[in-house]
Design a protein around this ligand. Sequence first.
Ligand code: ADP
Length: 493
Amino acid sequence: MFKKVLVANRGEIAIRVMRACRELGISTVGVYSEADKNALFAKYADEAYLIGPAPSSQSYLNMAAILAVSKNTGSDAIHPGYGFLSENPSFAKCCEEEGPIFIGPPSHVIAEMGNKIRARHLMMKAGVPVVPGTKDAVDDVDEAKVFAENIGYPVIIKASAGGGGIGMKVAHCREELVTTFGSTRQMAGSAFGDSSVFIEKYLEEPRHIEIQILADSYGNTIYLSDRECSIQRRHQKLIEEAPSPIMTPELRVQMGEAAVKVAKAIGYVNAGTVEFLYSRGDFYFLEVNTRLQVEHGITEMVTGIDIVKEQLRIAWGEKIDFLQEDICINGHAIECRINAEDPLNDFAPSPGKIRGYRSAGGPGVRVDSGVHTGYTISPYYDSMISKLCVWERTRDLAIARMERALYEYVVVGVKTNIPFHKAVMRNPDFRSGDITTAFIEDNKILESVEEIVKSEAEKGDTLASAIEAKDKKVAAITAAVYAYVSMAQKMQR
Ligand code: ADP
């Protein structure tokens, strides 16, 4: 097994990967930006090195600096986590050519799947259903109009190189298509350096269901659990669960086998996710995420498989040592992404210092985080505080457990989306499993969030307000003590 792994990431995911390494007896190398010099993950690593200033382009995306640390420390492999360099084919290729080992799929797979048009071609060739759409890039608005009018509105214009919910616009009518077509192309060009776009039928109120896969270098490809990720805001996931509430044994096999077909068609190796949209009984290929996903933890909870350890083993050249029939789904897991953002102010990021922090705990609760009391959430990076995951035997029990965990979770000093998660857990449609990607708008969730925030403020009986009150009292006492001491010192003089 590897002796030393460099983790080219920050925050909770850097710690998550280092935890797996620690359990496998692998020593870890952290890399950090100036903004992160006091961050927990940099302390957690066995050794850690500064790689540049706060902006990601100068640190976490700085390939030369990261590769230099890898060389100087004698690291055998690099784990890229998610985001940053994880889906950058040039970085993976550099590693393939000059070492160390890149913990992820081959660079050509990353390149092919990073191009949505190319990915769709490969899927069509492999006989996997894709969302109805244009076969190739669409260069002019007249061509776009012809397609949209044939297939019927609404349609979605997508940047071929897009990702993270960026570079997509929905058009409900001809006028909207005409105005958004050019702007999406322009945005794609400036954000991704590739202005090609294609058009898909915009499926109304679909579910986002994805399949976690593992593939080794010996041709063994296995699907783990499915994940329902329909609770999204602006096409970005906020709550995920495993398994999907609509999953049946038959559908699981159908989607799982389709995901394996996708993986085999592209020569996939390592852990990956095949995303599908599900609508009215049919499912369509959306894309492959060629990395560890944020939401991998809920799959670990229901399958008992440590996906990061499997990634390390596969990259080391081991065979997957279990079979498809060994995978059984046990119970239900839910993840809420706890972000420092204000749900009542259009989810605006709320960076700043965490003055008080107590995460949830107790039975069946897993918190992956990189923060602590006194930690400052930097405006340079995403605003994630942690991933709060729970497990219970059934979905209803898991929801109750998540409500309890959210009640326990205290973050003082920055605004969080915890009230949003509470509102979703209490929502009757969510509870019945009747969810689609339009859930937030359809359910007027923000009104419930407002009510929760108001009633908690009025009652003042939450753990958070108790701690906040104590925090204020402690601050007042500390200030009084300082004033007294300085007065006494003055009198002595
Ligand atoms: P990205 O690569 O930016 O994450 P995806 O293609 O994976 O983009 O899509 C992200 C989300 O956007 C999906 O989960 C879904 O909510 C929505 N979406 C994408 N394509 C469609 C479509 N054709 N119809 C309806 N919703 C879509």
